[in-house]
Design a protein around this ligand. Structure first.
Ligand code: ADP
Length: 246
């Protein structure tokens, strides 16, 4: 694991007409790290992701990614710098096959893909094969993405995100609506991506977060209440009071 800091959020404040959605939030992320971000509804988790991707502009604070400030940059520029995001509901091309979806994800502005001529390079085909194995969809290569189960659609989208090779992957509530078995598989999948990839996962499901076996940042009222392993944060009285409700 590389100890290099990839992302630095410094004293981030976001005010929506006077309401502080984020309030002096500080968070650092190392390259190759898997980080879970949890917190009760309204804690500021989505706003935190929106600040990183440039969707929401902080009122105060600084966001440093790969040593560069992200403030004032447009969303597509931030994406091009290497920030990828997976939204809660899968955004896949339902009428295309699994293979075609992945072909789109591995094509870049430098080596665009022409789906009609299928002028796909060997290295792209190898990458697609690798991605399909990672998410266990090799048997579904020719199936229409729309015919997949909800869990499989989530995994396909995660594979598509990996295929884009972002330096940072932001994954928003990937297990909402999944079965217990699918939830476990998703945790194992995200875990397997760390090291090679830097991943931030936001979710409510404590069993899922536990299985990720990562460091956890607990958000409350727009700020980081506590950080550490699941074991550590579970013993923290502040967390017990506000989040676990015990
Ligand atoms: P979470 O994802 O943890 O549930 P959010 O980041 O969505 O929390 O929201 C944090 C707080 O900011 C909530 O109280 C929410 O109502 C408020 N909020 C979020 N977006 C807006 C907005 N565009 N305008 C006003 N208030 C907002």
């Amino acid at each position: 694991m590389n100890n290099k800091v990839l992302l630095n959020l410094i004293d981030i404040t976001v005010s929506f007409e006077g309401f502080l959605a984020l309030n002096k939030l500080n968070l650092n992320l190392k390259k190759g790290e898997l980080r879970a971000v949890i917190g009760p509804n309204g804690a500021g988790k989505t706003t935190f992701l929106d600040v990183i991707t440039g969707k929401v502009k902080p009122t105060k604070g600084e966001v440093i990614f790969k040593g560069k400030s992200l403030l004032g940059r447009k969303e597509h520029k931030i994406a091009r710098l290497g920030v990828g995001r997976k939204f809660q509901s899968p955004r896949i091309f339902e009428n295309l096959t699994v293979q075609e979806n992945l072909e789109i994800s591995v094509s870049t502005p430098k080596s665009p893909l022409n789906l009609i001529n299928k002028n796909i390079k060997d290295e792209q085909l190898n990458e697609i094969e690798r991605l399909m194995k990672i998410v266990n969809l090799a048997q579904k290569v020719d199936s229409k993405a729309g015919s997949l189960s909800h869990g499989q659609k989530q995994w396909l989208e995660i594979a598509m995100l990996v295929g884009q090779k972002p330096d940072l992957m932001l994954v928003d509530e990937p297990v909402a609506g999944l079965t217990d078995e699918e939830t476990d598989l998703t945790a194992d999948l995200l875990k397997s991506l760390s090291g090679e990839n830097t991943v931030v996962v936001i979710d409510h499901d404590m069993e899922f977060i536990r299985r990720l076996d990562s460091n956890v940042s607990v958000l409350n009222q727009g700020t980081v209440l506590c950080e550490g392993t699941m074991e550590t944060i579970q013993k923290d009285q502040k967390v017990i009071d506000v989040y676990l409700g015990r």
